[in-house]
Design a protein around this ligand. Structure first.
Ligand code: HEC
Length: 246
């Protein structure tokens, strides 16, 4: 029994070690790649709030529309504000040199960000911007300390300030650790609604990072059905061939 418990604990370990970025524990992102409504909301949030600075250089509008259940017309009406054509890739309007001048860093292309950083990281990143007067933009981030990105979703989330707790480190010295947040100015969305909005955005970014995933799963079902049918056919054939032998 003891051995089983130890084995289970060991199995759980990688999960635990992944769950911390910059010391701040990550909450799991509740996303569902099959939820078209969520993907559509995420795409809309992305073009409204992120594409001013970030591009998706490897994602075409019409491919996106097809994958998340929108017609070309709907894509044009809801997702394109830059004068782009529906077959174009999702480039942003901001010249890279300007972005660098304004923020000190060029906002990265986000096509594969969900794969490089992980969806949980993104989910927490979007929720943990907090007021910090010592930073040039007046905000900091719990999972990406000293991030050069403004809190672009402040209108939806509102503003929150950090709550610290004192904690003794290994050497016995008292250190201040970030424990959570307190909403000091509410946004347009309630905290649970804001969480849902960020989950939609992350769901969308996860799809963009691996658009073929949905298709693979769709095809996978047909492949399995084919295999089942083929097994039945082969079984009947085998019976037919061996009939005379027995
Ligand atoms: C006003 C410009 C601007 C907007 C709008 C903006 N960002 Fe950013 N973003 C930046 C900059 C600048 C960086 C680079 C930060 C750095 O490296 O310090 C960045 C970095 C990021 C990163 C990378 C974080 C990392 O760990 O490297 C992610 C993810 C991200 N942004 C997501 C978003 C999302 C999602 C939106 C829309 C809700 C958004 N951004 C809107 C400017 C912007």
């Amino acid at each position: 029994m003891k051995k089983i418990i130890i084995a289970l604990a060991l199995l759980a370990l990688p999960g635990l070690s992944l769950a911390a970025t910059a010391g701040y524990p990550l909450v799991k992102a509740p996303i569902d790649p099959h939820d078209h409504a969520s993907l559509q909301r995420g795409a809309k949030l992305f073009v409204n709030y992120c594409m001013g600075c970030h591009s998706l250089d490897y994602q075409r509008y019409n491919r996106l529309g097809r994958d998340i259940g929108l017609t070309d017309e709907q894509v044009k009406d809801n997702l394109i504000f830059t004068g782009a054509k529906v077959g174009d890739t999702m480039k942003n309007a901001m010249p890279k040199a300007d972005a660098k001048r304004w923020f000190g860093v060029t906002p990265p292309d986000l096509t594969v960000i969900a794969r490089s950083r992980g969806v949980d990281y993104l989910y927490n990143y979007l929720q943990t911007f907090y007021l910090d007067p010592t930073r040039p933009l007046g905000v900091n981030n719990a999972v990406f300390p000293n991030a050069g990105m403004p809190h672009v979703l402040w209108e939806l989330q509102g503003w929150q300030k950090p709550v610290y707790a004192m904690h003794e480190d290994a050497a016995g010295t008292e250190v201040k650790v970030l424990k959570g947040f307190e909403l000091v100015q509410p946004g347009k969305l309630s905290p649970p609604e804001y969480k849902e909005a960020t989950a939609d955005l992350v769901n969308f970014l996860a799809y963009v990072g691996e658009p073929i995933k949905l298709e693979r799963q769709r095809i996978g079902i047909w492949v399995l059905l084919f295999l089942v049918l083929a097994t039945v056919v082969f079984y009947l054939l085998k019976k037919e061939y061996w009939k005379d032998v027995h």
